[in-house]
Design a protein around this ligand. Structure first.
Ligand code: 2AM
Length: 471
């Protein structure tokens, strides 16, 4: 009894792999799953010679833990978390630490932290990225909540997290829901990264006529350069795989309907809520929604001549141009995610250190990429950087990539290849670099139909014009 360092509730794949990761690092782990059969199976498969203690009730779990208890919930986000907390609380005491490692919405985490802490317990919300493999071998961990709880867990979290140059991919991300907020934005960026890669694949395949194997090679080569990242690496692998049934590239047999679980949508909603422009991330969410309207697309392809336009009015970009375009758009998409975090940090008082956020995303997680080291350095050199595109390193990279990027987007437009994220990123970049936007006309229109007033460039004050009476 009371011999275990931590309890893990929820033994789906992520919970199982985290439990194994924690155990491998020298901790004794009590495990529990609502359906006890899963606990038994887990122990039968993995329990031999391991410091794992199976528990069939929450009372048993609580009894097996050292005081103060540390309990990691790995259950389905949503009501399940509230249910587990309610069922578990009677067995816990003040000072015990409860951690939610699921993909919870940050506002739920804020509420739960208050409820649990009102009872004298300590709460941590913790975003975890890295998929199944990351959970087992070393994920990126994004914890927030009670500082004492973080301090009590820091050693364990550092032990199980991914390491980059010896540094563990974990840092304290402020109170309440800060960690789940960072995870949410991580996923928004992940959506954008994936969409940008998919658009580039489309350009290489339909636009330049490359075969899957050649595209795989292209991505593999790019993976050695500025685009070095997990997502580029797996894309190269995916494009190489052959369908055992037909011998054709497997990717070409997959239905073109992208699904989503909601974290990308949350990021979009949050950005709208805070008024932070993240057009590339939004475009990625919407591109998935459009892909899901397959019946409509098939009908529209029939009625609107879905073939690519034959003669491109813009010259074809070189493969190297596409690499530059993808890199530039990726920089803009990370700039947008970071801008959202900066605003959230102010609005909610999370106190995010963006350099630290970039640091813990360098390993373990799905968006891990060489670029994050440059982002870490940029915010390290200037923590109040107004936007990532203004960091000298990225400013130069964007200037260098600019003409290849424009050429790429022009080519897609002229051939009729949709590039929602690549072009939204370019429009973001161009909007930022426009000293004067046509918003003056928007203001005039608002004043015309709604007397909303406007300000002038040459005089202080608020103005209204009776537009109808003007010649
Ligand atoms: P289960 O095996 O009993 O379904 C992912 O779904 C994980 O969350 C599973 O381990 C699942 O347990 C658990 N889970 C889902 N809803 C739950 C709930 N209301 N209470 C406890 N565990 C739950």
């Amino acid at each position: 009894m009371d011999s275990c360092d931590i309890g893990v509730i929820g033994l789906a794949v992520m919970g199982q792999n985290l439990a194994l990761n924690i155990e491998r690092n020298g901790y004794r782990v009590a495990v529990y799953n609502r359906t006890a059969e899963r606990t038994r199976q887990f122990l039968a498969e993995h329990g031999q010679d391991k410091q794992l203690v199976g528990c069939e009730t929450l009372a048993e779990l609580a009894a097996n833990l050292k005081r103060p208890r540390r309990v990691l919930m790995m259950v389905k986000a949503g009501n399940a978390v509230d249910q587990v907390i309610a069922e578990l609380l009677p067995y816990l005491e003040p000072g015990d630490i409860l951690i939610d490692g699921g993909n919870s919405f940050f506002k739920d985490t804020e509420r739960r932290a208050q409820e649990v802490e009102a009872k004298g317990l300590l709460y941590l919300g913790m975003g975890i990225s890295g998929g199944e493999e990351g959970a087992l071998k070393g994920p990126s961990l994004m914890p927030s909540g009670h500082r004492h709880a973080y301090q009590a867990l820091e050693g364990l979290l550092q032990a199980i997290a991914a390491k980059v140059q010896g540094e563990p991919c974990v840092t304290y991300l402020g109170h309440g829901g800060g960690g789940h907020y960072v995870k949410m934005v991580h996923n928004g960026i992940e959506y954008a990264d994936m969409q940008l890669i998919a658009e580039t694949y489309d350009l290489l395949q339909r636009g330049l006529g490359l075969k899957a194997e050649q595209i795989s090679q292209t991505f593999a080569t790019w993976g050695q350069g500025v685009l070095n990242s997990y997502l580029i690496e797996i894309t190269a692998h995916i494009l190489k795989a052959l369908d055992p049934l037909s011998g054709a590239p497997l990717v070409e047999k997959i239905l073109d309907v992208a699904e989503q679980k909601g974290t990308g949508k949350w990021t979009s909603e949050e950005a709208l809520e805070l008024g932070v422009p993240i057009p590339t991330l939004q475009a990625a969410v919407e591109a998935r929604a459009l892909s899901a309207q397959r019946t409509l697309r098939l009908e529209a392809a029939r009625q609107l001549d879905g073939e690519l336009l034959g003669e491109a009015s813009s010259p074809a970009p070189a493969v190297a141009d596409l690499e530059q375009a993808l890199y530039a758009a990726k920089i803009c998409s990370y700039a947008q995610g970071m801008a959202l975090l900066a605003q959230a940090s102010q609005t909610y008082g999370y106190g995010f250190d963006l350099s630290e956020v970039a640091r813990i995303w360098r390993g373990g997680c799905i968006i891990r990429a060489r670029l994050l080291e440059d982002i870490r350095r940029a915010y390290g050199e200037n923590p109040t950087l107004p936007n990532l595109v203004l960091a000298p390193f990225f400013r130069q990279a964007l200037v260098n990539a600019q003409s290849a990027w424009r050429k790429t987007v022009c080519f897609g437009v002229s051939k009729g290849i949709p590039l929602p994220a690549l072009s939204a990123a370019l429009a973001y970049f161009d909007s930022l670099r426009s000293a004067r936007l046509p918003a003056n006309l928007i203001q005039a229109q608002r004043d015309y139909f709604g007397a909303h007033t406007y300000r002038r460039i040459d005089e202080e004050g608020v103005f209204h014009t009776e537009w109808q009476s003007m010649e």
